[in-house]
Every structure is written in C-alpha cells, then in structure tokens.
Design a protein around this ligand. Structure first.
Ligand code: GTP
Ligand code: MG
Length: 295
C-alpha cells in the first residue's frame, strides 16, 4: 500500500480513575471489544493497545489500568505501567466521570498532569447519567496543561464523533506504526485470558475476581476450531468451591461465556477447558506476577 503524504499516526493514552469507562470508550472507538470491561473497579490490569485504522490515520490508543496507591505489589506494577504509558504519547486523555467530579482521585491525577509535557485533553464520561451537566462547571477544576475538554457518553456514543475529531487534531503527520489491518499488538493468548477474566468479573461479587489470575497453558488452532486449556489461580482453598459451584455449574458458566465471547471475536468455534488451582497470595509474589506477564 502506498501511504498518502498527509497520513497521520500517533499514540493516545487514556488515564483516569477505575470504573470511569476508559475501556468502554476505547472499545467504542475501535468498534471491537478489545479491552474487557465490568461494573467493578480495577478491571483492566495491563496497558492495552488498540489500533484504530482509517484511510488517513492510524491512532494507537493505550487503555491503562485505573491507578491506585500501591497496596499490593500488583498495584505498584500497575502504577509503573501507568507512568510508562505517558512516554512518547502524542496525547493524554484524562477521563473522569461527570458525577462526583472532581473526586479526590481526580484531583490527585490532575496534580500530576500539571507537570507533564504531553498535550492533554479532558473527557467527562457518562453524560447519559447526568444530561444536565455543564461543561463550564467541570472545566474550572482543570489545570492549564489541559487545553480542551468535552462531555461524552461511551455507552450511547453521544459526542464521540466530536471527540474523535478533536483527537485527530493532536495526531502528527507520521507513517503508520503497525500493519493497516492490525487491531492490537497482543497475541490471541492474551485475549483468551482476558475473556476468561471478564467472565469471572461478571459472575462473581467483590472478592473473587480480584483473587483470580488466569494462565493459558495451551492455545491450539485447528482448521475448524481453537482449543484452549486454561488454569484459574485462586488465593485460598475456600474460594475453590465458590468458583466451581454446585456440580461444576459456575465453572461451566464461565466456560460458556468465554467460549461465546471469544468465538465472536475470532469468528471461529472455540473450545475451552478450565482447571482451578490454589496459589496462595499470588498477588504478593513477584515470581508469580512475572509468570502472569506483569513485567
Ligand atoms: N451509564 C454509563 N455507563 C458507562 C459509560 N461508560 C462506561 N460505563 C460503565 O462503567 C463501568 C466501568 O467501565 P469500564 O470501561 O470497565 O471502566 P474502566 O475505566 O476501564 O475501569 P478500570 O479498568 O477498572 O480502570 C461499566 O459497567 C461500563 O458499562 C457511560 O457512558 N454511561
Ligand atoms: Mg478498564
């Protein structure tokens, strides 16, 4: 393909408090469910790149985990990812939800943004829940480093075309960084793992999703289907019967959810085999974290 002389390409990091809709917004722009989402905070654990291609642009979005103060080693790693995500990005999107803005968390993030050199944009999300919100009221809490702001709904898509037009202004003239048909730089194994994690997030209350890690032991493509062997790590023995359920019912639901979602994503039949293992305090163990790809 010949690249037009006025082709633009660049990186956009999306940052903000957990549960504000960062992953939902990225998925909406990409038109693909690339980054898992849930109603619980701290769903995203890695910086996930989503590549958006148009005839004149390639915009690489970096969806980051909601940053928290390090309580576990895992959260420290999340913070490092968050800091790394800023390096060399052409635009930082500060995403907050309208209701309750500015939270203590927002204030802390905005304080850090003041000292960042990157161009910055504020996006106030969940407009559908606060249709009467006034941008002027929200804007007064923003530092000067943020040059523009907009209210959107990542759920209904309201104002998202305007947001995209604004983002494009900040993307420099540059050749594409990735192949034009590429959606992500991550391997399929990653998406398999994430889909299973999402299934767990959707099915269980509070504690269980956070105590869970998923390891893909085998990802095999055959001509007519994909076969995946995965192990779910839990922290405690007492969590095992919860995740397995009566007669394995809960585990079956996780499997069916993940098979359905993944086969929609890769347009092929998917068969998943799940095992449950105990790995006490995996969250605190650096080795375990490395094995999970947090490094
Ligand atoms: N009503 C409404 N809900 C939204 C909107 N955008 C996202 N949500 C919901 O908010 C919840 C959190 O969305 P996520 O996209 O997972 O949030 P996140 O910012 O990626 O969260 P972390 O990965 O935990 O940092 C989900 O239940 C979404 O469906 C919106 O515009 N309106
Ligand atoms: Mg997320």
């Amino acid at each position: 393909m010949t690249i037009p002389a006025d082709f633009k390409s660049g990186f956009v990091a999306i940052i903000g408090k957990p549960n504000t809709g960062k992953s939902t917004l990225m998925n909406l722009i990409l038109g693909e469910k690339l980054s898992i989402t849930s109603a619980k905070p701290q769903t995203t654990r890695y910086a996930i790149k989503g590549i958006w291609n148009t005839p004149k642009h390639q915009i690489v979005f970096v969806d980051t985990p909601g940053y928290l103060k390090p309580r576990y080693e895992m959260q420290e790693k999340m913070m490092r990812i968050w800091n790394d995500a800023f390096k060399d990005v052409d635009l930082v999107i500060f995403l907050a939800q309208i209701s309750g803005f500015p939270s203590e968390y927002d204030t802390e993030v905005l304080e850090r943004l003041k000292y960042l050199k990157n161009p910055q944009l504020a996006v106030f999300n969940k407009l559908d829940l606060c249709p009467d919100a006034k941008l002027e009221d929200l804007k007064q809490h923003l530092p000067n480093s943020i040059t523009e702001s907009i209210m959107v709904s990542a759920r209904t898509g309201d104002n998202v075309p305007e947001l995209i037009a604004t983002i494009k202004k900040y993307i420099p003239y540059h050749d594409p960084y990735y192949e034009e048909d590429q959606l992500s730089d991550l391997p399929m194994r990653f998406f398999a793992k994430e889909t299973i994690r999402e299934a767990i997030f959707h099915q269980f209350e509070q504690e269980i999703p956070y105590a869970t890690a998923v390891i893909i032991e085998r990802y095999k493509e055959t001509p007519d289907k994909v076969v995946i062997d995965a192990v779910i790590w839990l922290e405690r023995q007492s969590q095992k019967p919860i995740i397995i359920g009566k007669n394995g019912e809960n585990l079956r639901k996780i499997r069916e959810y993940a098979e359905r979602d993944l086969s929609r994503f890769i347009q092929m039949e998917v068969q998943i085999h799940l095992w449950v293992k105990i790995n006490p305090n995996w969250r605190k163990k650096a080795n375990a974290l490395r094995e999970l790809g947090f490094e």
